[in-house]
Design a protein around this ligand. Structure first.
Ligand code: 6PG
Length: 243
């Protein structure tokens, strides 16, 4: 049974998600002296990020946090479609995190070399054999994609490595992407899906009620730790709420 939390509004979802993220990062720093956070892109996480830099700015030592991305559009870091730009504007720019701990996916100048470069970043971070991402944030597309793992992509059925070049369908902004793969996403103590809006209802229900007709990409994320879904009522439809 999925660890599903349904909130009346997107704001309630953002309040709860920010609190859960801050709590998990603070616990990681208490336990291991550092923490790692994988950011989701798109629009849903933005209010969550803003709360981390305001409500939770003093909840933990942000300078001890390593920041990664689950995926990135291959555009410059100041481009309107950049996941890095959104996160920097929403919270990273306001926090005292050393640049050396902000691990941007730099794929605007060439995807294949960016794949190798980010794989090296992760190998360095994971050189400690039992290292895991402490918190991995993921969104959900209306087609059931997550990060830049899209339905029918070979990355979903035959994942290889931890970082890959992905091509988004025409319906998504920016075709060329860098994405963590399912094995990389699974190396997480906590995966938190953030899902808002009626447009996600069909995909969310398909994921929470898997049938024999195959699993959507987001349904294949299996963290070694725990997995939770923070959704609003618009996405969940008529279910009990936590808020
Ligand atoms: C991206 C994201 C992508 C996103 C979903 C949901 O780079 O686009 O990583 O997986 O999380 O498409 O996007 P919204 O939050 O904007 O609905």
């Amino acid at each position: 049974m999925a660890d599903l939390h349904v909130f009346p509004t997107r704001a309630n979802l953002a309040d709860a998600a920010a609190a859960r993220i801050a709590e998990a990062l603070a616990e990681a720093i208490d336990a291991r002296g550092t923490a790692s956070l994988v950011l989701a892109g798109g629009s849903t996480p933005e209010p969550v990020y803003r709360r981390l830099a305001t409500t939770h700015v003093d909840a933990l030592d942000w300078s001890a946090v390593h920041v990664f991305w689950g995926d990135e559009r291959c555009v410059p870091p100041d481009h309107p479609d950049s996941n890095y730009r959104m996160a920097h504007e929403a919270f990273l720019g306001a926090l005292e995190i050393p640049d050396s701990r902000i691990h941007r996916m730099r794929c605007e100048r060439g995807v294949e070399e960016a794949v190798d470069a980010y794989a090296t970043v992760l190998r360095t971070f994971f050189e400690d054999a039992d290292a895991l991402f402490d918190v991995t944030l993921l969104g959900l597309g209306e087609d059931g994609h997550t990060a830049s793992l899209f339905p029918d992509s070979p990355l979903v059925d035959t994942p290889s490595g931890w970082v890959a070049h992905a091509e988004a369908p025409a319906s998504s902004p920016v075709k060329d992407r860098l994405t963590l793969t399912l094995p990389a996403l699974s190396a997480s103590r906590l995966v938190l899906f953030l899902v808002s809006g009626e447009g996600k209802r069909e995909a969310l229900h398909a994921i929470l009620n898997p049938t024999e007709n195959g699993l959507l990409p987001a349904a294949r994320v299996r963290p070694v730790g725990s997995l939770a879904w923070f959704v609003d009522e618009a996405a969940a439809g008529p279910m009990t709420t936590d808020g």
